[in-house]
Design a protein around this ligand. Sequence first.
Ligand code: WQD
Length: 351
Amino acid sequence: MEPQKILITWWLGYIWSHTAALFAQSGYEVVLLDNLSNTHKDQVLSSLKILTWKDLTFYEGDVRDYDFLDKVFEQEKPDGVIHFAAKKAVWESCHDPFLYYDNNINGTITLLEIMDKYQVKNLIFSSSATVYDAEKNVPPFTETDRLNTTNPYWTTKLVMEFLLKDMSQHKGFNVICLRYFNPIWAHHSWLLGENPKGIPTNLVPYLLKVAKKEIEKITIFWDNYPTPDGTCIRDYIHIEDLAQAHLQSYDYLLKKVEKEQITEEGNLAPAFEIFNIWTGNGKSVKEMLNIAETVVWEEINNEIGERRDGDVAVSVANPIKAKQILWWEPQKSIVEAVEDAWNFYSANKGA
Ligand code: WQD
């Protein structure tokens, strides 16, 4: 039987590359699509070759480009898609909402149009815990909790989920949305990890650049939140646990579709499922600072600053549904994640 062919869309970030490595290692044929807006293509592709013993097919382009995407689907005819392509910095979306509406929403609409044209129906969507109403819900959030957004990035993730629900209900798409929050991006081989061009937006890479003395100090965005130490609490997760969740979700989707779910009218009932992919164990910014200082064996220069646009005090969710249905649960600790990130960064500094 021909291996399933999976198209992975991303703007060359890190969840993308880890997921591609795992799918390729698991026997899937993997096709990559990226607009190279965020990192070092040669480094990632050469690392993927080492990890998978394969030259993965790569297309440089943008999911918003209908003609480009049409050519890719005509050429590759994938069996399924894992859709990561989205910009993801909360603060940036507050300063440039239309950039996020165009990248994230228009990009998804174009992808769905092409998938429908080529009757590619299976999709795993990299959603986000940001869709939960962090002000009204009591953490840990569950998949049926109230949804709301307080910044344009979060709005785009919620709109993307609604588009996919429409596709499932009216176009027969089989969709799984994975809601997660703070990946820590580094592979245990130190071959893949976050090495963003310019100044990172996320906490852990920023801490490590300060530890490397590439940036003078980190500003902790406010310490007067209603949390034990006054700083925000987030659910940080090792990227390899996250990649594994994508693999187990796709396997689950195929089994669910194979069961030929028939509705009363005798039609195939398409799948639409949502899972929280979390450790369920939130850490505050100060706790993450302490973990990073333990890993790098020295103090990391920091100061307390003003609150950042779009930040909420606590965002932690309940992963029990993914454990019960996908049989997925995180295998790696946050300390391991920060250690892998530090080792990757030290091995590839400035690459
Ligand atoms: C984490 C905490 C900051 C930098 C996350 C993901 C993002 C996306 C949206 C899924 C916050 C604090 C940070 C700094 C700081 N994921 N911080 N000083 O904002 O939770 O966004 O959800 O959709 O990819 O990262 O992540 O890493 O930016 O911040 O104090 O220099 O660290 O206030 O509480 P955030 P982050």
